[in-house]
Write a protein that binds this ligand. Structure first.
Ligand code: DP6
Length: 360
């Protein structure tokens, strides 16, 4: 039987607290501002990718959640990730053979069968492309046995989907926008590890698992082309927020972290609204969740108890200290009584499901 090489890895979802929205270079995927995210635990949300390489494969094929994707040649982002990792593999093969190693399989030239699946709704604003491309690039790097650093791999994942560069690390991760036109300094760096702030938890509220009407890729370029507010955001607001939230993370200062997170989510949706024609990602349930968290924060002693953030979809992610999670789940269950899931599961999974019709 012909040699078949196979690798499987998983990659986590990340949810930005300082949002990436806008590209200065759409083919290299270079952002108009730096961003920062929290990588979630893989227990609930993750992508899983298996890649096989064989010299007998006639073509490279891809299956996403069990369905084969056709016309891979037109998938520029996938091709960019394959090209970059194959190039690194080729260099590695050359270096091994010039060091006298024999029989190195030329994986850089073989076709691949790629099988990728998510255990959560794809394209519903839950960062499926982030974990998906991070997983693809990481699996390729393992299959090809590349001696490449994670930050270097993050620059490749970035060309699959911008936010995926941040899923290459656990913990708190910044995507530094960089200055170079070739993207050689636009990469992810870990700000603090996954063990740094164990009291901080994330609660995912799935308001709708339908595919969003305007993709992030499409939406953010409409914003770049039409929003005046975006220029203010990228030049005046984000640089200071990046600095301040990093300080809040290092100091485990939840009040500061929460305020910046909520303000940045609000401003991201404000630039979507300032896009012409406007883009709406949140729905009535999303706005009801904002009101609920605001009231909840006002009910305390001045210390924030929770922070909401919304990506390019109606689903909420709530960051909160562990000690408040049970109370927040009870509040959500009270105001959204016909939640689709059982209470028991909320407590175990820290994920809530809402039906999109509900109103507070
Ligand atoms: C709102 O990374 O999905 O989630 O680079 O075009 O693939 P592309 O966009 P994508 O955009 C994510 C936007 C966001 C904010 C964020 O994750 O920072």
């Amino acid at each position: 039987m012909a040699d078949v090489y196979e690798k499987t890895t998983t990659a986590p979802v990340n949810i930005a607290v300082i949002k990436y929205w806008g590209k200065r270079d759409t083919s290299l995927i270079l952002p108009t501002n730096s961003s920062l995210s929290v990588t979630l635990s893989q227990d609930q949300l993750r992508s899983k990718t298996t890649i096989r390489a064989s010299k007998d494969f006639k073509t490279t094929r891809l299956w996403l959640n069990g369905v084969e994707e056709v016309n891979l040649e037109n998938n520029k982002r996938l091709q960019a990730c394959l090209r970059s990792t194959r190039l690194l593999r080729k260099e590695y093969e050359n270096s091994l053979s010039s060091a006298g190693h024999l029989n190195i399989p030329p994986l850089s030239e073989w076709n691949l069968h790629i099988c990728s699946e998510n255990n959560f709704p794809t394209a519903a604003g839950l960062a499926s492309s982030a974990s998906g491309f991070a997983c693809l690039v990481y699996t390729l790097a393992k299959l090809f046995e590349l001696p490449t650093s994670i930050t270097d791999l993050s620059r490749i994942a970035r060309q699959g989907s911008g936010s995926s560069c941040r899923s290459m690390f656990g913990g708190f991760v910044a995507w530094e926008m960089g200055n170079n036109a070739d993207g050689s300094d636009s990469q992810a760096v870990q700000v603090a590890s996954e063990t740094h702030w164990p009291e901080l938890e994330a609660l995912i509220c799935v308001v709708s698992d339908l595919k969003k009407a305007t993709s992030s890729t499409e939406g953010m370029q409409h914003t770049v082309n039409t929003s005046e507010l975006l220029q203010y955001r990228i030049s005046k607001v984000v640089p200071k927020r990046m600095h301040d939230i990093e300080a809040a993370i290092h100091a485990r200062d939840f009040k500061k972290f929460a305020e910046i997170t909520m303000r940045d989510s609000n401003q991201f949706h404000a630039v979507c609204m300032d896009t012409f024609p406007p883009i709406f990602y949140m729905n009535d349930v999303s706005r009801a969740i904002i009101r609920l968290i605001t009231e909840y924060n006002n009910s305390g002693d001045g210390t924030y108890k929770a922070a909401y953030t919304f990506d390019a979809g109606p689903n909420a992610v709530i960051y909160a200290p562990k000690k408040n999670i049970k109370e927040i789940i009870n509040l959500l269950a009270h105001y959204f009584p016909s939640t689709l899931d059982s209470n028991k599961e909320y407590f175990n999974d820290h994920a809530c499901l809402f039906s999109a019709e509900e109103r507070i």
